[in-house]
Each structure stands twice: as C-alpha cells, then as structure tokens.
Design a protein around this ligand. Structure first.
Ligand code: ZN
Length: 162
C-alpha cells in the first residue's frame, strides 16, 4: 500500500500526537512499523517533541528601547528674558497734559502714560525743538545714560503723536 497524501497527513498527525510507530502502523493499516519509521525519517519528523510540550519556543522579540520622554523644548523662555519694566526717572510732574500742551511747550513726557498722573513738562520749549533746554539736553545727548533709556524711548515714540 502506497503513501497517498491522505495517509501521509494521517501519519504526520498521529506522529505529532505522540503515537509510536507501531501504533501508527496499526492505525494506518497496510504498513509495517518499519515502514512508518522510514517514512517519518524521510518526512523529517523524527525529532518530534513530546505532545505535552509543543516545540514552540517562546520567543520574545526584544522590545525597542522606549524613547525618552522629553518635554517639548520651551523656546519661549529661551528666546527673551522678560523685559524689565521701564524705569521713569524721578521728575517733578509737568505742568501740561495732553489737553493743555501748547505748540511752544516742552513735550517731554513725565510719568507713566497709562496713568492719569502722566504729564508733559510744559515749560517753554526751545525754538529749535519740542523740548525745554533741560530736556533737549537729555534728549539729544549722544550717549544716553542707561537709566534714562526707557524715558527717551518713550519720548521718541510719543513724538509721532504730538
Ligand atoms: Zn521740559
């Protein structure tokens, strides 16, 4: 009796289930134990594992290293240190406000423009410019002392509106 595909499949199945060659021969019928063993060898099934321990290696793929949880770079903090609040050097309040400032009055701003106490110098301006003598000296001196830079910047920006 030859090895049909069906009988080969049955042989494989019984062999893998753990039956002995003689048991398989009996199940198949028409073949000897030696024939079963020979067929098993030709099929490459001889090294079978015990049925209770299927030869399926528990293979754990190495887990890829988890990328380090990095917080998003906080570029805003790196870009600019907070601007210091502008320092207005201490000065007596001026005599003029936005409403009363005249054409020939010193337009030197004094105080914080966002507050009601903001005034302009209001003294008589020089003929050549918008400021009184004292303030013109401050406004046009080539090297501004650092503590006055805030006020002079303010003055420059205000010139556009006056
Ligand atoms: Zn002035």
């Amino acid at each position: 009796m030859g090895w049909t595909d069906e009988r080969v499949e049955l042989l494989k199945k019984l062999w893998l289930e753990g039956l002995s060659a003689s048991q398989i021969a009996k199940q198949l019928g028409g073949v000897t134990r030696n024939a079963v063993i020979g067929k098993v060898h030709r099929l490459g099934l001889s090294g079978r594992a015990a049925p209770s321990q299927p030869s399926r290696p528990t293979f754990k793929a190495p887990r890829p290293p988890r990328p380090m949880a990095q917080p998003a770079p906080r570029r805003l903090e790196q870009r600019a240190a907070p601007m210091p609040a502008p320092v207005y050097f201490v000065e007596e309040p001026g005599s003029a406000t936005v409403l009363t400032l005249g054409a020939h009055m010193c337009k030197w701003p004094i105080g914080d423009p966002s507050t009601d106490s903001f005034t302009f110098c209001g003294r008589r301006a020089e003929t050549e410019g918008p400021y009184c003598v004292n303030h013109a000296r401050i406004a046009y001196q080539p090297q501004q002392p650092r503590k006055r830079s805030g006020a002079t910047e303010l003055a420059r920006s205000l010139r556009r509106y006056i």
